[in-house]
Design a protein around this ligand. Structure first.
Ligand code: NAP
Length: 243
């Protein structure tokens, strides 16, 4: 049977490109969404024109009960989950002094707790299967930090820490865990940047352009196919940040 994957936040932006790329590789994709129902339905319709069937599933992945439903329904229908892409995330731009407890908790819940929760619910099936691939979409800010993005940067550094520790724990079960840490990628998340700011980023980037969601999806495809990479944080950023 074809491989089965859940992609969180799969209806738009980077998640949408990951869904399209994996679905075109003959992988059965369950594209999760929370608020963007219309976009999820449209994506499903568009792929049907290519004779590709995906499932779409509404769940707030920062809530344990909704995560359980998403995972249990997938198992009920397909009997296994081979690949998990923890992509759902929210941004937050605030001066450190202005971050409230609620702001902090919101970002940690969506960006870090959701990845913990999704992985915990899925990994028991992967351990039984003695194989699996988990890819966490973190951020360059988790590596080099972003000014006015302390909670976001902390959440993404947490995701990378989780990736490394889990890779050690789950390697003997033949489960690979990696992070992709994107630089600036052209999605709704970056609508806040002005044309001038985007030009500045391009100028600072050796490859002289900003990233596209497909740049991240290509790396996901490679990590899915690869068999000997685990515990790594791969930053796809055009050379904007070289560590
Ligand atoms: P985006 O266009 O704003 O999309 C965010 C996605 O996350 C949407 O699909 C959204 O789904 C989903 N999401 C948010 N909260 C959710 C929740 N509670 N439950 C389920 N889904 C939820 O952002 P993007 O640029 O594609 O970002 C995707 C990932 O890449 C994020 O983790 C982000 O931090 C990371 N990243 C992005 C960049 C960049 O430059 N764009 C750079 C570094 C890292 P709904 O619309 O259905 O609610």
């Amino acid at each position: 049977m074809e491989k089965v994957t859940i992609v969180t936040g799969g209806s738009r932006g980077i998640g949408k490109a990951i869904v399209q790329t994996l679905a075109r590789e003959n992988i059965k994709v369950i594209a999760n969404y929370n608020h963007s129902e219309e976009k999820a339905k449209q994506l499903k319709k568009d792929l049907e024109k290519e004779n590709i069937q995906i499932d779409i599933f509404k769940a707030d992945v920062s809530k344990r009960e909704e995560v359980k439903k998403l995972v249990n329904e997938t198992i009920k229908k397909y009997g296994k989950i081979d690949i998990l892409i923890n992509n759902a995330g929210i941004d937050q731009e605030k001066l450190f002094q202005d971050i409230t407890d609620e702001d902090w908790n919101d970002v940690i819940k969506v960006n870090l707790y959701s990845a913990f929760c999704m992985t915990q619910e899925v990994v028991k099936y992967m351990i039984n299967q003695k194989q699996g691939c988990i890819i966490n979409i973190s951020s360059i800010y988790g590596i080099n930090g972003g000014s006015c993005a302390v909670a976001y940067s902390a959440s993404k550094a947490g995701v990378d820490g989780m990736t490394k520790a889990l890779a050690k724990e789950l390697g003997p079960s033949n489960i690979r865990v990696n992070s992709i840490a994107p630089g600036y990628i052209d999605t709704d998340m970056n609508e806040k940047y002005s044309k001038e700011e985007i030009e500045e980023i391009k100028e600072e980037t050796p490859l002289e352009r900003i990233g596209k969601p497909e740049d991240i999806a290509k790396c996901v495809k490679w990590l899915v196919e690869d068999e000997f990479t685990t515990g790594q944080v791969i930053s796809i950023n055009g050379g904007w940040v070289i560590t």
